[in-house]
Ligand binder design. Structure first.
Ligand code: 5RP
Length: 235
């Protein structure tokens, strides 16, 4: 196993310690979250009783294969705990997510949860958000106008860089589970994430963006020195 894979596995297994019988769980998306789902599946096979809401069709398929009981936010609108990965996370547990294209469902599920725990290898820790291109989910209608508006409001908050439509299979664009498109904004540095997050929500064509602010309560970070927990101040 590659070193990074081992670290993802360690973070995922550490998060399993937070799961107790009877919990309602949100299941994240991505390679780290998939390791948590796999470990959870082992426990369910041994008799652990949980019910879960997946944040993507990929996670749903994995959970179904493992026999993990699933529900929806319509049936179960409040969850105890969501465990998910991140593309970048800073020391205030502010994150960029959406590299895997599932940010909308991820944000809905995390917001419906009493706690969000983020599992990462230490390469995801940053001092300032923005090196990872910020994913922004947009509707198809008015795409060019939406891109121009995002560029303009981002510049007002000190963010500059190429905004590109995420490619999908062949010549087609990437399409999210919700049937939307994804933009990747290579800002390099986001000086004021809260201001940018607020501004992006004012663009009508923006469905949601990948800035997850004030959502994570705990980060489980696996590194060469072992696994450590970072708590959000006040969480
Ligand atoms: C998916 C996400 C993922 O959590 C993020 O991309 C991290 O993925 P990985 O664990 O594979 O690095 O936000 O939309």
């Amino acid at each position: 196993m590659l070193k990074t894979d081992e670290l993802k596995e360690s973070a995922a297994r550490a998060a399993l310690d937070l799961v107790t019988d009877g919990m309602r769980l949100g299941l994240g998306t991505g390679s780290t979250a998939a390791r948590f789902v796999a470990a959870l599946g082992e426990q369910v096979a041994k008799g652990l009783n949980v019910v879960c809401v997946p944040t993507s069709e990929a996670t749903r398929a994995q959970a179904e294969r493992l026999g993990i009981p699933l529900t929806t936010l319509d049936e179960t609108p409040q969850l105890d705990l969501t465990v998910d990965g991140a593309d970048e996370i800073d020391d205030r547990l502010r994150m960029i997510k959406g590299g895997g294209g599932a940010l909308l469902r991820e944000k809905i599920v995390a917001t419906a949860s009493d706690r969000m725990v983020v599992i990462v290898d230490e390469s995801k820790l940053v001092t300032a958000l923005g090196l990872f291109p910020l994913p922004v989910e947009v509707v198809r209608f008015g795409l060019m106008a939406t891109m121009r508006l995002i560029e303009a409001i981002a510049a007002e908050t000190g963010c500059h860089g190429a905004i590109t439509l995420r490619p999908g299979p062949g010549d087609a664009p990437f399409v999210t589970d919700q049937g939307n498109l994804m933009l990747d904004c290579a800002f390099g540095n986001i000086p004021e994430p809260e201001v940018l997050a607020f501004s992006l929500k004012r663009v009508p064509g923006v469905v949601e963006h990948g800035l997850f602010l004030g959502l994570a309560d705990l980060a489980i970070v696996a590194g060469k020195g072992g696994v450590r927990a970072l708590r959000r101040a006040g969480a």
